[in-house]
Design a protein around this ligand. Structure first.
Ligand code: CU
Length: 423
């Protein structure tokens, strides 16, 4: 791309300009455009301080949209756009707190069926690209909306300009595994990292002890599947409000497939033309990381380029005990290709697809077992791995396209994680 170079500003010079513009945004009256709306929240930090009887079951969250940096597993640092968590930050501080706060994936949004959800999005601007005035949105992919205005499609709803905010309102009526992303210039903003995990837990989890669910008989009699919450040892968590307990699970791991094209990100950082048609994700990732970073618990170390913030906070390490039922909430937001994810030695039972329980037209069970799943951007699977009778040990979940088991020029890495099963 060197021959296309049209601008030779050094990154530090642009940062200084960016910081100056951001300080202007802080002191300008435009700062008043940031408003967190959350029932019962008295100080604008998106955390309710008092109960609001009009909203008995609700959640609030505040996301910042801006830029930041990631480190790939081979050490390569790439520039990104993305979402960071501003929940707990007073609204007057959110511009400063949100700058260079982009995460990959974005902060996980975990909701309960029946919630009202108040999601404030603040556009904190691009500190490294102050020449960009891009608005941002949040689009809940596949989610049934009452109002198009909160759908995040920039041509049919509001998008959020720099230095301002919008509170999205959702009635969370359906459970399942969704995903969210910015829908402004989606190919670019999604490649750059404006992606996150989103799922809704089943209302069935909250049934009182002893509730009779239905007549389906579970394969394992220990689970007493006709009764919810009857035994704390077997858990009371279900992927769907299935009516029969067949989607019960013990351990839940969300895994989002994707990839980054480092050349595209470098071109963005260096204010060069973006190579859309040449896009090639040479860094395949699970939850924003390539193997072996995928199995690091918790956050990766803070990025100095992002002002000391941690930017890769979602591990893809799967840990369980023999006998556990592991729920993998698998979603894909890749913009360039399909992926095949293979589980070696541990059959996967698919119980849901694209946030729908797998049931036939007359309610019959359509679950099936497989050792590989193929999915593209915007698709999700809910998969249960039953470890009853499985030998303790380390198993692998990995891309069947073996060229994706790499981190850039480094062989052996990429789209792979470990399922660690102990006695
Ligand atoms: Cu965006």
């Amino acid at each position: 791309m060197k021959s296309l170079r049209i601008d030779n500003h050094s990154t530090p010079r642009r940062w200084i300009l960016g910081a100056f513009l951001m300080v202007l945004l802080q002191v300008a009256p435009a700062a008043a455009d940031i408003k967190v709306q959350c029932p019962g929240d008295l100080n604008g930090d998106a955390i309710p301080d008092v109960a609001d009887p009009e909203h008995p079951q609700m959640k609030c969250m505040h996301l910042g949209a801006g830029d930041g940096f990631l480190r790939m597993a081979d050490g390569k640092v790439i520039y990104m756009f993305g979402f960071g968590n501003l929940t707990g930050v007073p609204e007057g501080m959110s511009m400063m707190a949100g700058m260079l706060g982009a995460n990959a994936p974005g902060p996980t949004i975990a909701l309960d069926q029946g919630d009202e959800f108040f999601l404030t999005l603040t556009n904190v601007g691009m500190l490294v690209r102050p020449d960009l005035f891009d608005p941002h949105t949040v689009h809940f992919h596949g989610f049934p909306h009452a109002a198009a205005v909160f759908d995040g499609m920039p041509d049919a709803s509001i998008s959020v300009n720099m230095g301002s905010s919008l509170t999205y309102y959702y009635n969370v009526v359906r459970e399942g595994t969704y995903m969210y992303h910015c829908h402004v210039e989606a190919t670019e903003h999604m490649q750059m990292g404006m992606l996150g995990q989103l799922y809704v837990r089943a209302a069935q989890n909250r049934l009182p002890d002893g509730t009779v669910l239905g007549s389906h008989i579970h394969s394992n009699p220990d689970w007493s599947a006709t009764v919810a919450n009857d035994d704390p040892l077997v858990g009371d968590k279900y992927v769907y409000s299935d009516g029969d307990g067949s989607t019960i699970y013990d351990v839940e791991i969300p895994i989002q497939l994707g990839g980054f094209d480092a050349d595209f990100h470098d071109a963005s950082e260096q204010v060069q033309p973006l190579p859309f048609a040449l896009m090639n994700d040479r860094y395949p990732v699970l939850n924003g990381r390539g193997y072996p970073d995928t199995i690091v618990p918790g956050s990766l170390e803070p990025r100095p380029e992002s002002g000391g913030k941690t930017t890769q906070n979602v591990s893809a390490r799967v840990e369980a005990k023999v006998g556990d039922r592991i729920l993998l909430r698998i979603s894909d937001l890749n913009v360039t290709r399909y992926h095949t994810l293979v589980s070696l030695g541990l059959p996967m039972t698919v119980v849901g697809k694209d946030a729908r329980l797998l049931r036939g037209p007359t309610g019959e069970n359509m679950f099936y077992q497989t050792r590989s799943l193929t999915l593209g951007g915007g698709e999700s699977y809910d998969v249960i791995i039953d470890t009853t009778g499985i030998e303790a040990g380390t198993y692998f979940l990995y891309a069947g396209q073996l060229n994706l088991l790499s981190n850039g020029d480094e062989d052996f890495g990429g789209m792979m994680t470990e399922i660690i099963i102990s006695e």
